[in-house]
Design a protein around this ligand. Structure first.
Ligand SMILES: Cc1cc2nc3c(=O)[nH]c(=O)nc-3n(C[C@H](O)[C@H](O)[C@H](O)COP(=O)(O)OP(=O)(O)OC[C@H]3O[C@@H](n4cnc5c(N)ncnc54)[C@H](O)[C@@H]3O)c2cc1C
Length: 424
């Protein structure tokens, strides 16, 4: 049984396609999400269906795998049984790849009022809030209130915060400016609040400076040592005591492993990820493998980062280890092959770092576009993403800027979970 149809889960199922095993893939959603482009849904650049793929479609040609949609609530390691609201699922081998949840670092007000950017419902909520605020701002003659509505605070200067800030600023400057003739751009603020004193700490200092320059040119206000202490419905307060009136707080400050891992009752790290053996097995339970964001593993003295390629490579190793165990052979340790990291900061500006080499500016951006197009799982989605990008680039236009809310009545009771990948 594979839990999670994200980067790890799908890679594992694919790696097991010719193995003499039967695979059950369990996910609480019926789609696989390409999270690296999630911020582009929030910034009204891409349609949700361009970055999500139905899991059943991905499994169509994989004869030994079936999908069961359910939220796994508990793992009984002794009985080898998973609990879900729909019923129990027994396993011989278990591969846990349930990803991560938004980390509010214990800030209760942020958990309640900030908008996370983790799942598709979150991205749509951010898009709705920002577009609604712009509409609302049209109705008010009160300058202070209008400025509040037009202020977006993005919390966390990691890749998601930086990429979203760049793309949001372009939405405002290139697209909404035309939608709202007469709008004073000086009243719009995109704030990027970083608790530390640097953005994108995984990148080399030269690339970080390039990112900062690109964001500032796009009109993003970057604030360092800006630790958010309290989020209120219409404002936020920093640890320094400074208060800011805001129309939306988008929380991109980090992720941590889900409760499912901690619930196993085995040692977890600071981010709540389960400590695994080098073979990705759970200590004392050789039939259970944990991969991706849920797994804590060190390589050369450093914890492997929570990244899609780590999840995919771990999943392939775990799948091969399951086949080895079935064949009576010993499982092999995992070794991560780092192909580099990238980030895009809007039009014509991106970063790429491969070992000691770094690229920024237009070349970094072109490289980012190319690599991300290749990584998208289906041809259809690749085409739709390419079309969305080209349209935006050529016409400075984002046709998916719809304010779209699902009716509350549409929620099926049994499959309902907390609306995204959020855990408070
Ligand atoms: C906004 C954003 C941008 C990112 N950008 C990048 C990037 O550019 N490059 C990069 O390398 N990484 C990026 N990441 C990180 C990357 O998405 C993760 O490291 C990767 O998805 C981890 O893979 P995974 O298989 O562990 O989990 P996921 O891909 O998150 O998959 C987990 C799956 O498990 C399912 N699930 C969770 N709990 C349960 C449950 N209890 N029962 C059933 N199903 C469950 C979920 O629905 C989901 O489908 C980004 C993450 C985010 C949030």
């Amino acid at each position: 049984v594979v839990v999670g149809a994200g980067f790890g889960g799908i890679a594992a199922v694919r790696a097991l396609r010719r193995a003499p095993v039967e695979v059950i893939l369990v996910d609480r959603q019926n789609y696989h999400l390409f999270s690296p482009l999630l911020y582009q849904v929030a910034a009204a650049l891409l349609d949700p269906s361009a970055i999500a793929q139905p899991v059943r479609a991905l499994l169509r040609r994989i004869r030994n795998a079936r999908m069961w949609m359910a939220e796994v609530t508990h793992v009984d390691l002794e009985r080898k049984v998973l609990s879900t609201r729909q019923g129990e699922i027994e396993y011989d081998y278990l591969l846990l790849a349930a990803g991560s949840v938004t980390n509010y670092f214990g800030n209760q007000s942020a958990a309640e009022l900030a908008l996370p950017l983790k799942g598709l419902p979150d991205a749509l909520a951010v898009r709705n809030r920002i577009l609604t605020n712009f509409e609302q701002a049209r109705w008010t003659d009160d300058t202070v209130e209008r400025r509040r509505l037009l202020t977006v605070a993005i919390v966390g200067g990691g890749p998601t915060g930086v990429e979203f800030a760049g793309s949001l600023s372009e939405l405002v400057r290139n697209v909404l400016r035309k939608d709202f003739p007469g709008m004073d751009l000086g009243e719009v603020r995109v704030l990027l609040l970083e608790a530390g004193d640097s953005l994108l700490t995984a990148f080399a200092p030269r690339l970080r400076r390039a990112a900062e320059g690109a964001l500032r040119r796009k009109g993003v206000e970057i604030r360092y040592r800006a630790l958010v202490q309290q989020v209120a419905p219409e404002s936020l307060e920093l640890a320094s005591g400074e208060r800011m009136a805001v129309g939306a707080v988008v929380w991109t400050a980090g992720v941590r492993a889900p409760q499912l891992g901690a619930g196993l009752g085995l040692p977890v790290d600071r981010a709540g990820a389960v400590q695994v053996e080098p073979t990705l097995q759970l200590p004392g339970h050789p039939e259970v493998f944990v991969v991706g964001d849920m797994a804590a593993l060190e390589q050369d003295g450093r914890r492997l980062p929570m990244l899609a390629p780590v999840a995919q490579q771990e999943a392939r190793r775990a799948a091969r280890n399951i086949v080895a165990l079935e064949g009576g052979r010993p499982p092999q340790p995992f070794r991560y092959f780092d192909k580099g990291i990238m980030a895009a900061i809007g039009r014509n500006s991106g970063l790429a770092q491969v070992g000691p080499f770094g690229l920024s500016g237009f070349i970094g951006w072109a490289g980012w576009l190319f690599v991300h197009l290749l990584l998208i799982v289906s041809l259809r989605n690749r085409l739709f993403v390419f079309l969305g990008w080209t349209w935006d680039y050529l016409f400075l236009d984002r046709p998916v800027r719809l304010i779209l809310r699902a009716s509350q009545k549409a929620r099926p009771e049994k499959f309902h979970h907390d609306g995204g990948d959020v855990e408070h």
